[in-house]
Design a protein around this ligand. Structure first.
Ligand SMILES: [Zn+2]
Length: 80
């Protein structure tokens, strides 16, 4: 059996929670980077049929509208 006095047990307890919180924090930072969205006009699509504006994650030039499922083509020099 491992003998621990009160100070060592308290140290192990705090070390356990410190490591747990560190792992959870690193996981949250990693998830934030993976699911990162940045707003820019080059990623903002506008559907001509239903006038729904939506974001596309990659730099695609053509995609489908999530509302009406029609094809949307990215046009440069749009005036919103
Ligand atoms: Zn649409």
């Amino acid at each position: 059996m491992i003998k621990l006095d009160f100070a060592e047990g308290l140290f192990v307890y705090f070390l356990f929670w410190f490591l747990t919180l560190t792992i959870l924090w690193i996981r949250e930072v990693w998830r934030g980077k993976v699911n990162d969205w940045s707003l820019s006009n080059s990623r903002l699509f506008h559907c001509d049929n239903c006038h729904y504006a939506f974001l596309v994650k990659d730099n695609a030039n053509i995609t489908r509208c999530p509302r009406c499922n029609s094809m949307c083509i990215f046009r440069k020099n749009r005036n919103f």
